[in-house]
Design a protein around this ligand. Sequence first.
Ligand code: IPD
Ligand code: CA
Length: 160
Amino acid sequence: RGDSGLSEINLLKRQVSTLEGQLRALQSSFSKYKKVIMFPNGRIVGEKIFMTSGYEGNFDSLKQRCSQAGGQLASPQNAAENAAIQQIVVLYNKLVFLGINDIQTEGRFKYLNGENIVYSNWQTREPNNDKGIEDCVEVYSSGKWNDKSCGEKRLIVCEF
Ligand code: IPD
Ligand code: CA
């Protein structure tokens, strides 16, 4: 048992070091494929990925498409996430709708899951519910937010 036990340990050591090499190769390959997949329409912020397909539509249509893809309409929870969305707005030169609205209660902006927002980046004098019909939130190229009618067509940005 003594000798065969030693050779078994050596075999395991070789297997572990083979696996370590394979893991390193996989990691460097994955890191490259991430760059490819994110170019030029995606942004990674922490665990979150923001992505546009270039599609434009009204709020309901954007919401449905993100959910169909297994994600949801972009809902930035901090300045870094908002900056990633802003970059996509600038890249496409098209405003986007966020996964935020005050459809249920005027003036109380919520995420799609019904929770109150924890972060906002309103433009000065917004939200103003102009003409009483602005329940959705668009992002300007400055990254600032404006409440806007949900029936307008905006660029899709989903988060995954
Ligand atoms: C804006 C537009 C927009 C409304 C904004 C206003 P502006 O006025 O009326 O629809 O949502 O709140 O500031 O900047 O085009 O004169
Ligand atoms: Ca407004």
